[in-house]
Design a protein around this ligand. Structure first.
Ligand code: HEC
Length: 156
């Protein structure tokens, strides 16, 4: 009898252990950590840095990974997080900066980034990135709305 109780107890504990393990989220990759760092949220950047292409690339990657809840004034409301695989965010960002005529830090990522943009973002922001007036933001602006807000906030 005691043996049965011990056996059932052990089986139960093992099963719970297995369960907790399968439920824990996958480990965050180095790349995701780097992206998740709120590098575009610090107040110490100069206006030149905030207007720069590397800053814009980080901003776009941040929006792809974390979504956008900036109340930019669009009917659709918030942009949900993870609209694309975070690992693809740097490539998509390289393409998106070309929409406003900028030269990306990694031009070699542009053509691949464009494919991912079309399938993950084009449905809302349009294949040409011009968005839908009043509903989805235009990504071809030289200064994106969120970047403008940051410049204003910093009184620059
Ligand atoms: C389901 C529709 C939808 C999809 C898909 C989507 N977005 Fe968005 N996006 C929005 C909305 C709505 C906003 C405005 C949210 C806000 O007010 O903060 C936005 C905001 C943005 C902004 C900030 C714009 C600015 O002017 O500051 C960027 C950058 C952006 N999206 C890039 C992307 C990229 C890149 C993808 C593809 C990986 C993508 N979005 C997919 C709906 C979408």
């Amino acid at each position: 009898m005691i043996l049965i109780v011990v056996f059932v107890g052990a089986a139960f504990t093992l099963n719970r252990l297995r369960h907790t393990r399968t439920e824990s989220p996958p480990p965050v990759t180095k790349q995701e950590k780097a992206i998740a760092k709120p590098s575009t949220q610090s107040q110490n950047e100069t206006p030149e840095q905030i207007r720069s292409t590397p800053y814009l690339e980080r901003y776009i990657q941040d929006v792809i990974v974390h979504g956008s809840r900036q109340h930019l004034g669009f009917k659709y409301g918030d942009m949900p997080e993870k609209m694309a695989d975070p690992a693809l965010a740097p490539k998509i960002a390289a393409y998106v900066v070309t929409l406003s005529g900028r030269k990306p830090t990694h031009p070699e990522w542009v053509s691949e980034g464009r494919l991912y943009y079309t399938s993950n973002c084009g449905g809302c922001h349009g294949e040409d990135g011009k968005g839908v007036h009043g509903t989805f933001p235009d990504l071809t602006r030289d200064l994106m709305l969120g970047i403008e807000k940051r410049l204003e906030k910093a009184h620059l």
